[in-house]
Design a protein around this ligand. Structure first.
Ligand code: ATP
Length: 340
């Protein structure tokens, strides 16, 4: 089975605790995305799995086997980096064939041809096999880099922000491709990023990481709908979840120890004034085509909600607000209502 487990892993660099008591399992065939800001410990976690770093405490298991002390070459893992790391003087074909020609693999040439051609088909770069790597567009280069991982047919793929150097259009295209390839191959992927859209669109599970700690692990939907803390809630969703001091919501039923209430933009409904208690004033309406973002002033706070573009709303107008699903957080930002 191609699964990876980290058990209570810690790694320190001098004064920096890069990874703190982190436990995580990527099951066979799962696309797990570790989502976190810069410096959260994402790359270090991947390097600990490859064996490029060794942990101060804890163990790394691959396919049920403890590999904590095995050298990187013995772990049957492929790593795709942010930078393409191709050999510029070689053709696409030779770049793809390279990992199979290493002395460790000794794959016969006809078999190499077959694997390279299959991989190029899968990645839609079959017509570029004779091109030099430097003659490719950024998106094609990144496909080749991903292809170099695929040809080896490893048990686990680790990917470190492989799409971050591409423009928005290519990123969107390759997100779909990667997801398609992963489900076609049934591949096990651990992918790290700080991009919530990548996490939401590709992941079968998301792990939210901050300061070397895993804060929550779940399906994108679980994490979006049932975040364990206000920090996790604010990591997913555009526009960001509204976080309001609880004392401003005297008429909403919430646990008494609530400090902050989170309300997703789609969970604030606006209506004409009709004697209700929560009255806000429209501050600004942003037109985004099929949807408007409405910025509202409510007791000195700004709330953002969504509205139908055909709805006539103008700045200065007073409206009634109805909160559908408030999420309650305590002083430390931890969720205190119906929990995950
Ligand atoms: P980014 O998104 O910016 O790549 P990251 O989440 O991948 O960030 P890491 O690269 O794992 O974060 O770094 C976690 C912390 O460990 C950071 O504070 C970083 O400066 C520190 N760190 C990582 N590698 C080393 C090293 N070799 N020596 C010293 N400090 C390091």
């Amino acid at each position: 089975m191609a699964d990876v487990s980290l058990r209570n892993i810690s790694k320190r660099f001098g004064a920096v605790e890069a990874v703190r008591d982190l436990s995580l399992t990527v099951n066979d065939g799962e696309f797990l995305v570790l989502l976190g800001p810069s410096g959260a410990g994402k790359t270090t976690t991947l390097r600990l799995i490859t064996g490029l770093e060794s942990p101060d405490a804890g163990s790394v298991m691959i396919g049920g086997r403890d590999v904590t002390h095995d050298p990187p070459g013995a772990r049957d893992i492929a790593f795709v980096f942010q930078q393409y790391s191709l050999y510029p003087h070689l053709s696409v074909y030779d770049n793809l064939a390279f990992p199979l020609r290493s002395p460790a693999h000794r794959v016969p040439e006809p078999q190499i041809r077959k694997r390279v051609e299959q991989t190029a088909e899968l990645l839609h770069i079959a017509s570029k096999l004779n091109n030099r790597a430097t003659r490719l567009s950024g998106g094609e280069m990144q496909r080749v880099a991903i292809g170099r991982a695929l040809v080896r047919d490893p048990s686990i793929y680790l990917m470190d922000e492989p799409l971050s150097s591409l423009d928005a259009k290519l990123r969107a295209e390759l997100r779909l491709e990667l997801k398609r390839i992963q489900s076609e191959l049934g591949a096990t992927i651990l992918y790290v990023t700080h991009d919530q859209v990548e996490a939401m669109t590709m992941a079968s599970k998301i792990g939210v990481i901050r300061d070397g700690r895993l804060l929550q692990l779940g399906t994108p939907r679980e994490i979006y709908e049932n975040p364990s803390s206000s920090y996790v809630a604010s990591r997913l969703g555009t526009p960001q979840i509204n976080l309001l001091p609880a004392r401003l919501l005297s008429d909403v039923a919430i646990p008494p120890e609530t400090e902050t209430v989170g309300i997703r933009t789609e969970h604030i409904q606006i209506a004409a004034r009709n004697g209700g208690q929560m009255v806000g004033r429209v501050h600004r309406v942003e037109h985004l085509g099929e949807q408007n973002h409405v910025h509202l002033d409510y007791k000195g706070e700004t709330l953002v909600t969504l509205a139908d573009p055909h709805r006539p709303l103008r700045a200065g107008q007073e409206v009634e607000l109805h909160l559908v699903r408030p999420l309650c957080f305590d002083r430390a930002g931890q969720r205190i209502d119906a929990m995950v």
